[in-house]
Design a protein around this ligand. Structure first.
Ligand SMILES: [Zn+2]
Length: 297
């Protein structure tokens, strides 16, 4: 019963959020969600269902996953992993604290996995947060909180390769982690890089547009043209895709800063259509631009 109520509550809130997180539209009926598995490289896979993309590393040491989507999907995620390996999930990395990436934490924690995250993300998960889109995310029980945290970077040696866990700066939130499998040359970027147009930036929780633009350059300098990118949401991508996306943000920021220097009100700024060519002129885009505009004083 508790789960059912929680789900209903989520669905209503998802309606509020969908303007900036279009992927949540499909999150409303978890029974209908199917998990698809894509082999990315060697022993690295991507699972897609509803919520953030899940990265999976299988091998002799065990199973490591990056992000875990929604709690009602845990069993389906576990079943998809069982098709790849008989080893249980040893580590769950959270790319950041948002519920569409972490809501299975309590289930995986209960099953014995160690959860790993940037320290600020753990702190966010300890208490209730209000996201910049108005969505309320409740605190997780202790079992769903990261047991292992880092600040700037750390390295795991797992399944035969170094796995770097890196914070490239405040951007999407103030607790983002990118996970880079060095031998396979695959990186999971979390929501610092997504494929649905203007990225959600959680200004309520330490995210900001300037930081995201800087973090993306830091990210680009970690990887090379052969790197396969698992984005927070959307299809597998390349470093060039990431640089194109960053270029979009630079153009939009330039338009916002120009409007700010001219002293335009929010309504006047919106009338200049700062995101034209990149995002549809709708309420979601207007909200995004308004929040970003308010970052500049
Ligand atoms: Zn997010």
């Amino acid at each position: 019963m508790i789960r059912k109520n929680k789900s209903n509550n989520r669905s209503n809130l998802a309606l509020l959020a969908f303007l900036v997180l279009p992927s949540l539209l499909v999150a409303q009926d978890f029974d209908a969600v199917q998990i698809t598995t894509t082999q990315v490289q060697d022993n690295i896979y991507m699972l897609q269902g509803s919520g953030g993309n899940i990265g999976v590393s299988i091998g002799a040491d065990g199973t490591l996953i990056i992000d875990d989507q929604f709690a009602p999907l845990t069993a389906k995620i576990t079943a998809a992993i069982a098709e790849l390996t008989d080893k249980p999930v040893t580590f769950v990395f959270n790319s950041h604290f948002h519920y569409d990436h972490t809501d299975s934490n309590e289930n995986f924690g209960r099953a014995g996995a160690y959860i790993v995250a940037q320290d600020n993300s753990r702190k966010r998960m300890e208490t209730t947060q209000v996201l910049a889109n108005g969505r309320v995310q409740e605190a997780y029980d202790e079992v769903g909180l990261p047991k292992i945290t880092f600040f700037d970077a750390m390295r795991f040696y797992f399944n035969g390769e170094p796995v770097d866990v890196v914070n490239t700066g405040n951007g999407h939130t103030d607790g983002d982690a990118q996970i880079y499998f060095r031998e396979a040359n695959v990186i999971h970027t979390g929501d610092m890089f997504v494929r649905y147009g203007l990225p959600f930036i959680d200004q309520n929780n330490g995210g900001n547009l300037d930081g995201m633009i800087d973090a993306l350059m830091n990210l680009a300098s970690l990887i090379d043209d052969d790197t396969i990118i698992i984005p927070g949401h959307g299809q597998l991508s390349t470093r060039n895709d990431l640089l194109d996306y960053r270029a979009m943000l630079v153009v939009v920021r330039g338009n916002l800063v120009r409007a700010k220097v001219q002293g335009l009100s929010v309504a006047e700024m919106l009338a200049t259509e700062p995101a034209t060519g990149y995002a549809p002129a709708n309420a979601g885009t207007a909200d995004w631009l308004t929040r970003a505009y308010n970052e500049y004083r």
